[in-house]
Design a protein around this ligand. Sequence first.
Ligand code: IPD
Ligand code: CA
Length: 242
Amino acid sequence: MTDLWQNAMDHAVALARKAGSVSASVCLCLFFFIGEESVAAGEPCVLTDNPTWIVDPVDGTTNFVHGHSFLSCFSQLEFGVVYSCIEDKMYTARKGKGAFCNGQILNVSDQKEISQSIIATEFGSNRDTEVVDKIFSSMRKILCLPIHGIRGVGTAATNMCLVASGCVEAYYEIGIHCWDIAAGAIIVTEAGGVLMDVDGGPLDLMSRRVVAANNKIIAERIVKEIDAFTPLRDDASTETED
Ligand code: IPD
Ligand code: CA
């Protein structure tokens, strides 16, 4: 019998590769329901029970100027695809079937000591001084736990794939959108990692807040240090904030 989800994932992989090598926007209008471009154009950003694609044609837009391109696809936590074109790394995951990079199985790090951990985060795009202060304050507190180091590759999608690959122990950010993290979310959990809100509750894809980590110990230790704030939810309105 035809495996529809596998077909859909194969299609997403092909589109991701094409987006990375040709043009990030050329092939996406075929199927997406929620995506940065569609929401900016006034389409609703509401998750329903219908199978839904969440697409981010280019994540890490600033990096794209320097040659990065990413595409994320997601469908009701069924599968996720992130393509890092500059490295030619295709990350995929399917519910219950593991996470992979170029076909090699991914596993999160088994590190439980926060002092030995590398944490990824980003400064985001909100430049309100109160928000910037909270971002610096959280970063300072996490750095001084102490941790081993802080990283950030300029894209939420790839930061999450680094968690899934065991290259960093965790990634957190406030201000991302659902299309930045949807694919990475299932890639992280299928690699054995955990997801939560920055207040320690369950991840809410529309809340614009995420902690992705190799395990609960590391995630909860970071959560204690984050000065949380609450951006306008993705599903609050059809207009994007930034
Ligand atoms: C952004 C990137 C960045 C993160 C921002 C995102 P964009 O996506 O993922 O790493 O800090 O919060 O909005 O705008 O480059 O598609
Ligand atoms: Ca993005």
